[in-house]
Design a protein around this ligand. Structure first.
Ligand code: HEC
Length: 141
């Protein structure tokens, strides 16, 4: 088991515990959240609509974005609680760098994202590219 998978397990356990005990958060404002989403560079890794990049923020059924409490916990885990643990790919967002009210505004904005990318199988040329890549892969083995 790698260090990162161990950390993922610790994180998920803590997130579950935290989400169970957290009090209700004040709802954020998606219009302010939109500006903050750009100001903090979230779009650079998650796309303008959360549908591209390092990790999708829509259509994933992820528990991290199911509840604002878990979202905040995810943002804070390395920034506030475990600042010595080296970053993976997502930057740290401590409470100092991105206070709760603003983080909740971003959360409200993320929740407005709608999955509208077409299914790959519905685009004929994508099927051709896929088949061609599979043939090239087989030929190269
Ligand atoms: C430099 C790239 C980068 C930036 C900038 C970034 N993220 Fe991420 N984000 C990632 C990566 C990579 C992951 C996957 C988990 C990890 O490695 O930490 C992730 C995961 C997430 C997740 C969890 C997704 C899931 O599977 O549920 C959320 C939510 C998220 N980011 C929100 C944000 C927000 C909000 C911002 C801006 C404040 C932001 N990210 C900025 C790279 C980035």
């Amino acid at each position: 088991m790698t260090l990162s998978s161990k950390l993922a397990i610790v994180f998920l356990a803590l997130a579950a515990a935290f989400a169970g005990g957290a009090s209700a958060q004040t709802a954020g404002d998606p219009a302010r959240g939109k500006t903050l989403y750009f100001d903090h560079g979230c779009y650079g890794c998650h796309g303008y609509q959360g549908q591209t990049g390092a990790r999708n923020l829509v259509g994933t059924n992820s528990p991290i974005i199911a509840k604002p409490e878990v979202f905040l916990f995810f943002l804070r885990q390395r920034g506030n609680f475990l600042p010595m643990i080296p970053s993976t790919a997502m930057p740290r967002f401590s409470e100092k760098a991105l206070p709760d009210p603003q983080a909740l505004d971003i959360y409200a904005y993320i929740k407005t994202f709608k999955l509208d990318a077409p299914d790959v199988a519905s685009i004929p040329v994508m099927g051709q590219i896929e088949a061609s890549a599979a043939r090239a892969y087989q030929a190269g083995r």
